[in-house]
Write a protein that binds this ligand. Structure first.
Ligand code: GLY
Ligand code: MN
Ligand code: MN
Length: 434
C-alpha cells in the first residue's frame, strides 16, 4: 500500500474528529505462545489502516489543526541489539521519515507526553473498551489534568468511540484496497484448485490443508486470514471445524473454507467437492440447491439494495428446494415464517470482508438494514448442513454439509465476484478433479 493512501485516510479521519479534539489509537501487542516464543505478530487492523506501521508497542495520536504537527507516533526507539536479534524496526526517525508522522516520541515516554497533548481538548476519540490498560491510562491522564484546572488548563469533557468514524471509512474499500483483496483471493483460488486436484480418499484433512497453505506461502502470503476449515464428510456439519485430522473417505464430500491474507486483507472462500471427484446423486441435488441459493442471493447485490435482501433470497430458494427434495414438509411461507430451514441453514448469508475476515461496519442503521454502496465487499455463503442424526430425513441426506462462499464487490453497475476463478458448478468441479 502506498504512503499517500495512509495519508488520505488520516486526513479524512482528522476532518471528522475536528479541531480542538484528539484521537488516540494503540498498536496490537505481541502475545506469548509459550515461554520465550511469541505468536506471529499481527497488527491491529484499525491501527494499520491509519498508519501502515507494523510494529508492536506503538500508539498514534491525531490532533487536527495542531501547528507543530497533527500526527504523532509513539514507538520503540531504534536499538542496535534488537536490530541484531529481531531485525529491522523503524525507530523514531523512521516513524517520521518512512511513515509520515509529523513527530515521534519513545513509547516509554507516553505517560510524560500524552497528558500534555490532552490539555484543553474537548473530546477524546479512541477505541473504548478494547484495551483495558489504555482505558485506564486515559482516565488517569484526564484526572491528572483536571487536578490542574486552577492553573487555567481544561480537561477533555467527552470520550467518544473512534470506531464509529473509522469503521464507516473501512467499510468502503478504495481501489488500492480492492487490489490487495484481489491478490489475497487470487492466491487463495490457487490453493482451492490445488486442493481439488490433489484430493483423494485415504489422504487426511490436514494434508489437504497443507496443499492450500503450500500455494499461499509459495505465492508470498505467509498468513492465513483465519484457521482453515478442511472438513470431510459429516465434519462439514460442524460450522467452525478446524481439527482437520480425519481421513478422507471415498463417497464423502470435502468442505474447505480457507483464505490467505495479503498485506492485512483477507480472502474468505469456501468450496465443497467430492473426495473422489464425482458427486453422488444426493450430493448433486443438495449441492445444486446451495448453488442456486447463492446465485439468487447475488442477484440482490446492487447499490441501494438493503443488506438483508440477499439473505432472504437464499432462505426462499433453500426452503423451496428442501420441500421439493422432501427434507422439509409444509407450506413454504409458513416454513420460512417459522424458520424451519434453520435446522439445515443456521447461519446468515455472509458478512463484510476486508482487513478482518468478519470485517467492521454496521449492518443496521437506526434499526433498519443498511443499503449497499459501491466499494463495499461482502461474502455470499449459503450452506446446508444435514445433521448425521436427523431422523426426520431420508438416510441418504444425513451427514452432508455443503457451503459455497464467494467474495463479492458492490459496484455502481451491480456486483463483481472477486473469487470467480475457482470452479463452482458441478461440471466445473468434476472437470478440474479429473
Ligand atoms: N471463514 C469464516 C466465515 O466464513 O465466516
Ligand atoms: Mn469462510
Ligand atoms: Mn465468511
Amino acid at each position: 500500500m502506498i504512503a499517500s493512501e495512509f495519508n488520505k485516510r488520516r486526513e479524512l479521519l482528522m476532518s471528522q474528529v475536528g479541531k480542538d479534539n484528539i484521537a488516540i489509537i494503540a498498536s496490537a501487542d505481541t502475545r506469548t505462545r509459550n515461554r520465550d516464543v511469541d505468536y506471529p505478530f499481527r497488527q491491529d487492523s484499525d491501527f494499520y489502516y491509519l498508519t501502515g506501521f507494523n510494529e508492536a508497542d506503538a500508539l498514534a495520536v491525531f490532533i487536527p489543526g495542531r501547528e507543530q504537527g497533527e500526527y504523532i507516533l509513539f514507538c520503540q526507539e531504534f536499538d542496535e541489539k534488537k536490530a541484531l536479534w529481531e531485525g529491522a524496526h523503524a525507530g523514531l526517525e523512521g516513524a517520521t521519515q518512512e511513515y509520515g508522522a509529523d513527530d515521534s516520541f519513545p513509547i516509554d515516554d507516553l505517560s510524560d507526553i500524552l497528558p500534555g497533548l490532552l490539555e484543553n481538548k474537548n473530546k477524546v476519540f479512541y477505541p473504548m473498551g478494547r484495551d483495558p490498560e489504555l482505558d485506564h491510562h486515559i482516565m488517569e491522564w484526564i484526572t491528572h489534568i483536571r487536578s490542574q484546572t486552577r492553573s487555567g488548563i481544561s480537561a477533555p469533557g467527552e470520550l467518544v468511540s473512534l470506531e464509529h468514524i473509522l469503521h464507516e471509512m473501512r467499510l468502503i474499500k478504495s481501489p488500492a484496497e480492492i487490489k490487495l483483496l484481489q491478490t489475497a483471493i487470487d492466491v487463495s483460488a490457487k490453493g482451492h484448485i490445488r486442493a481439488m486436484q490433489r484430493c483423494h480418499s485415504g489422504r487426511y484433512e490436514y494434508q489437504i490443508e497443507g496443499e492450500m497453505i503450500h500455494e499461499f506461502i509459495d505465492n508470498g502470503l505467509r498468513a492465513v486470514a483465519y484457521p482453515s476449515i478442511v472438513a470431510g464428510g459429516e465434519n462439514a456439519c460442524v460450522l467452525h471445524y478446524t481439527e482437520n485430522k480425519a481421513i478422507l473417505n471415498d463417497g464423502d464430500l470435502l468442505l474447505i473454507d480457507a483464505g490467505a491474507e495479503c498485506d492485512h486483507y483477507a480472502a474468505d472462500i469456501t468450496r465443497t467437492f467430492p473426495v473422489n471427484g464425482i458427486f453422488s446423486g444426493a450430493q448433486k441435488l443438495l449441492y445444486q440447491l446451495v448453488l442456486d441459493a447463492q446465485l439468487a442471493a447475488m442477484q440482490e447485490i446492487k447499490v441501494n439494495a438493503p443488506w438483508n435482501k440477499a439473505h432472504e433470497a437464499s432462505v426462499q430458494v433453500l426452503t423451496e428446494g428442501l420441500v421439493e427434495l422432501g427434507l422439509l414438509v409444509g407450506e413454504i411461507e409458513t416454513l420460512i415464517e417459522d424458520e424451519a430451514y434453520k435446522i439445515f441453514y443456521m447461519h446468515r448469508i455472509g458478512h463484510w470482508l476486508g482487513m478482518d475476515v468478519h470485517d467492521v461496519g454496521d449492518y443496521k442503521i437506526n434499526e433498519e438494514w443498511r443499503v449497499l454502496e459501491a466499494g463495499m465487499v461482502l461474502t455470499i455463503e449459503p450452506g446446508l448442513y444435514i445433521p448425521v442424526d436427523c431422523s426426520s430425513v431420508d438416510e441418504k441426506w444425513r451427514g452432508i454439509g455443503i457451503r459455497i462462499e464467494d467474495d463479492v464487490l458492490v459496484t455502481e453497475q451491480g456486483y463483481q465476484v472477486l473469487s470467480q476463478a475457482i470452479p463452482k458448478t458441478i461440471a466445473e468441479i468434476e472437470a478440474v478433479m479429473q
